[in-house]
Design a protein around this ligand. Structure first.
Ligand SMILES: [Zn+2]
Ligand SMILES: [Zn+2]
Length: 154
């Protein structure tokens, strides 16, 4: 599931210009952190990655930029119920669902064509026209199962 970070970054520049928003180094650094990681990062992790690459970005700017990214469809926002939001690139990845570890918070992706079709069919059965869906599976990731044999037995 690779993401073309450069293409997304170009799209973000265009989005900013077309909305008369300045293309600042801070905004680009936040966008880059989201696009290049391909993972599901918290705002804090995104700020840390931008800083590690040489651009310190204030918290307010991080959140405002993430908001712009989400509204433009270039990033996707997730709330997995652990008290903060996470962000991942909004396009360039195939449709996928998430498994969230309730012990360590690790997020694992999975995707399945039949599952996607099944969801569409089930929605059709109740005469619902879906435009998107989210499927979240909560439990224990592989390494947490291994470090806790009791959990594995359940
Ligand atoms: Zn875990
Ligand atoms: Zn994902």
């Amino acid at each position: 599931m690779t993401v073309d970070g450069q293409a997304l970054l170009d799209a973000f520049r265009r989005h900013l210009s077309s909305h008369n928003l300045p293309v600042t180094q801070q905004r680009l650094a936040v966008a880059e952190a989201v696009f290049l990681s391909g993972a599901h990062l918290s705002a804090e992790e995104i700020a840390a990655r931008a800083a590690a690459r040489g651009t310190a970005v204030g918290t307010a700017t991080v959140y405002r930029t993430l908001d712009l990214l989400v509204k433009s469809g270039l990033a996707r926002e997730h709330d997995f119920g652990d008290g903060f939001k996470r962000y991942e690139p909004g396009s360039g990845k195939q449709p996928h669902e998430h498994c969230i570890c309730s012990s360590c918070g690790a997020v694992t992706e999975f995707s399945n064509d039949r599952l996607e079709r099944m969801i569409a069919l089930l929605a059709e059965e109740v005469e619902f026209r879906p435009h998107h869906h989210r499927l979240e599976v909560y439990g224990l990731c592989r390494s947490c199962q291994q470090s806790n044999p009791l959990a594995r037995a359940r």
